[in-house]
Design a protein around this ligand. Sequence first.
Ligand code: EPZ
Length: 419
Amino acid sequence: MQNIVISIQGRRPLTGDVTVAGAKNAALPDLAAVCLSGEAIEFSNVPQVEDIKVMFAALREIGALGEMRGDLIRVAIPEIRSDEVSQGIVRTTRASILLLGPMLARHGRAKVTLPGGCAIGERKIDFHLQGLQRMGAEIRSEREFLEARCRRLRGIEYSFPARTVTGTENLLMAAVLAEGTTVLHNCALEPEVEDLVVLLRDMGADIAGASDGTWIIRGRTALHGARHRVIPDRIEAGTYLMAGCLAGNEIHVQGVVPEHLGSLLDVLGAMGAAVSVFPQALHVRGGAALAAADLVTAPFPGFPTDLQAQATALLTQAEGVSRVRETIFNDRFHHVRELRRLGADIVVKGDTAVVRGRSPLRGATLRTTDLRASAALVLGALAAEGETVIENSYQLFRGYENLPEKLQKLGADITIRRE
Ligand code: EPZ
């Protein structure tokens, strides 16, 4: 795999506007939903990131016709021509598992690679499989493959033992074409799940739901085409907001749904950050003295695990002791070792990182292991004196559209090298 190396000269003041792209974690299940109909779906505001290219390639493998042009994708799968989503294509993403439910629902067969994604700890899929099996699928796992088949799936009542984002999405997509009614309890409430529900309804699915995490889905025999605008990426927005807290004169993060970022805004408020909320934008003025704060990751509307690494980087510049507790993934503190190389004072005890601030950071050579950890290192580098080199930055491009260009436009001194 290509090594992408990012170099950042820190302590350059950031100023100006940055517009966030569509949400990667909404666009992935939205694209998987294309499998549910033979008609075309037109997407706008699709982020131009590696994970989406991988998903699009996976759709093409199974028979999709269509094109990506900038943030637009028009795609249809008139006929599912292959049961198999090959390993090479989906090794690094969750694309494969998201295709399992919809392929079974429409085609009755699927062979997918056991999912990859970030190195952030155990990422189980037992609830996905349990739900699909109860709906009538036979699933066999063979080394890195899952092979599943079914006649028409049937509706069930299922309560997720714990909230899972892609698990909820998978069973929703399976249920919309199942025979009879499916009732799913304890579903994930993330905005990305809501975005998928909006698309499925526009495709003709009958989904009734409540904000308490129960969806009632009456299966249809077919769905039709639709047009869909992907919601803005709250994680990208949150990352730029924190960049503004660290290095900003004044940054305007545009194209945001502020309600999607309530828990982050609460933490930034507790830290004393100067953030103003507008209907579709968040403005931050850097330079405010930041105070320590505690946070605990939790399913939406709790603090997103996908912003934990970036928040940890930010807290190194806050006065006092902060505690960051990670409750979603069991190994998501890889960024801590690297932030310490920059001079951060962070100790991990079990599921909690204890951050003592404020530490003067100095540039260093870092290596990153996952997408959000990479973003955290970029934030650390922006706040550090001198040059930071981040190796293995490929990860960043899986989920952040044009990050170096967007930061450059704000005034950062950042270059990338492909080896
Ligand atoms: C989604 O992953 C996101 N990925 C992740 O984003 C995000 O970190 C995560 O949700 C949590 O918000 C996509 O949407 C493509 P989960 P997912 O199933 O669905 C356990 C990023 O950086 N669990 O909600 O894989 C699991 O082990 C990425 O963009 C089971 O036990 O996460 C974990 O501890 C990384 N059994 C917890 O639930 C299951 O069957 C939450 O996982 C499923 C999950």
